[in-house]
Design a protein around this ligand. Sequence first.
Ligand code: AMP
Length: 114
Amino acid sequence: MSETIFDKLMSGEFPCDVIFEDDNIFAFRDINPQAKVHLLFIHKLRTTDMNDLSRQRPEQLAQIFAAIEKYTKENGLEEKGFRVVSNLGAYGRQTVFHTHFHVLGGEPLGSFGS
Ligand code: AMP
């Protein structure tokens, strides 16, 4: 598994807008937001995609979702609602191969699909 841009964001080599960090989780604003609020949550220990994570490190799922729960509750997103998306592979249009969860909200979202 090779490094991705997210490793450079975590190390500080490339800048990003960090919104949450603890021992396990790193979260930041997406550089190309698809909603008023568009955040990315990742585990610091890299897996490739959500299925790889589920197979190899299922405990990471709980840690990532605990961070999403904490952040969205403390920052007012939970009140009105939000969406979590994880793209996998070519059809899913995954571009960064370090498992990540998009958190979209801050405004009413459109329907999704193709
Ligand atoms: P995906 O297409 O699901 O793999 O999502 C990767 C996401 O990473 C995209 O939404 C990109 O806009 C975002 N992204 C790529 N580079 C950066 C960066 N330097 N800072 C913040 N977000 C980034």
